[in-house]
Write a protein that binds this ligand. Sequence first.
Ligand code: BDP
Length: 686
Amino acid sequence: DDGYRLWLKYDLIKDVAKREGYARSAQFIVLNGTSPVLKSAANELQTGLQGLLGKSVPIITNAGNRTGGIVLTESKGPDADIQQLNREGYRIIKKQNNITIASKSDAGVLYGAFALLRQIQTGQSIDNLALTSNPKIQYRLLNHWDNTNGTIERGYAGGTLWKWYELPATVDPRYVDYARANASLGINGTVVNNVNASARFLTDEYIQKVAALANVFRSYGIRVYLSVYFPAPKTIGGLKTADPLDPDVKKWWVDKTKEIYKAIPDFGGYLVKANSEGEPGPQDYDRTHADGANTLAEALKPYDGIVMWRAFVYKADPKADRFKAAYEEFTPLDGKFDKKVIVQVKNGPIDFQPREPFSPLFGAMPKTPLSMEFQITQEYTGFATHWVYEAPIFKECLDTDTYAKGKAGGSTVANVIDGSLHGYAMTAIASVANTGADRNWTGNPMAQANWYAFGRLAWDHTLTSEGIANEWVRMTLTSDPNAVKTITDLMLKSRGIYVDYNTPIGLSRPWSGIHFAPEPWQEKSARPDWTAIYYHRADSIGLGFDRTATGSNALAQYSPEVQRKWNNPETCPLPYLLWFHHVPWTKKLNTGRTLWDELCTRFYTGADSVGWMQQQWAQVKPAIDPEIFADVTGRLATQRMEAIWWRDSWVLYLQTYSKKPIPAPFKKPERTLEDVKRLSEIYKLR
Ligand code: BDP
């Protein structure tokens, strides 16, 4: 198994009785209607059933008196089943000996078809089906950080999937499989290019290429979006300015947008990174983010398109706390954005760390729809070698209570972004993709689960990390119950293990450059907040970033209830301790250990736990395809080596401040600080 099929395996069900049971309910597929999306639904069912049941199931337009089939129905109909659905929701129900998949939209029927296949693929009964599902969030997108030259920013699974040089004339059949995989999860949009955008994507040449992709994705309910380079009116439009309030600039965007919609009638809209990490933006002209976003929104007015304006901003101010930047820049603009604008916020205030508190913007912008930006690609979680199941990262954020409306429970981050808390008119969730041209799409076969988990949670954030892991394993790897249990358990523990050897107790960003080789000692960079020492603040007294009132006071950006949870170092939960407090090395923590001993314990047990992961994985060998088994075995061996390297780097470096021995039973690293520093330097060589 080369992993290409992802979770859409459709392997023959081995249990004959079970197979025949399913086959009795799936003797034909009734397709009424000509929409390409409905056709995709019927075709997918046919392909899936062929594989699972080993039978070809005909697609017909009228069943007459026959029963025992699957009926696809797109209907606005009066019946109660349909009434309870939102536009993309679906209802699967066994009625009069047929299985009906109904939705108000063709896309909903497609999602229902995938849900039925999932039901069969995971061995569940379809005899008394009565299943209703509505997406909780309207726009569910992947963000691809792909460039015109074929590379992917922070991509670890080969080059881009989009063959720009061949497009639009040659259309790789793989685009269909990409669309199928996304549609199977309910993802309905894709931003095809890097947020550090090239203006070329707005040229006719690239619009035609992107239109060719849109032509494929459309049949799977997926719309394309573009990241835009804010000064494009200057660079490719020949104007003297890109000032968003300049009439010529406004007109340029209007004309450009018109041109795009001519080529892509269902174009989704724009994603913008502006005045962030050197990318130009409206502030270059003394305008605000709202001014910039609203000019684009105006251009989109005649169309069903939106602007996703990113809140990932921070200035190169040596005295500032980067943590506070987005909140400071965006909360004054609450209510000032056009209704077609949604502000896209990263889950945490810094940058996709393995563990981060939620961004204080969530809950703080009641009059501006906020959307979530997660990162699937493992920029900060060990690239494609380290096995980190990310659903717990996503869930932890979604389930956190912002207390935006006071009393406990009702103001979770999920309730902010699904619109229920503030009554947002528009809701969205996005994640930076981990796909690339590697045959198995994600490099590490286990990283497919992260794409899967994001998609499932984008549809329904109430699903659990465990439920999703269990489902993914059964869809993708094996149905052997013991192996399913072992792998699910491994997945659920993988993130905690990674955090322990990488950034325990609230440490963050110990890397420079490519965000891989540990460099907690790194103290020089183009800007202070691109050094490691800026984040951990180790000194002879202790470790951690004081963000209370005695420090940067970033905590004040949260509601009083959240402040109370995190403000006191005695009661602050350990995962967030060093995010908010500078803690003495000798301080006794609630684990009974001092900070120094606790840190060492985490680094050592974290690295040792990768050994445990290797043992667990070895046990499932008989239940796993040999190619995938060998691939993951190899990656785990590398992970083990690197986990020890990361552990050694941290403890040897921090020891120069703590001046304490490595506590028993752990043995001091065999190498010196100079050794690990040299290793990290080698990582920087080209
Ligand atoms: C950082 C990445 C950088 C991205 C940036 C962003 O290192 O490559 O351009 O995020 O999200 O994490 O804009």
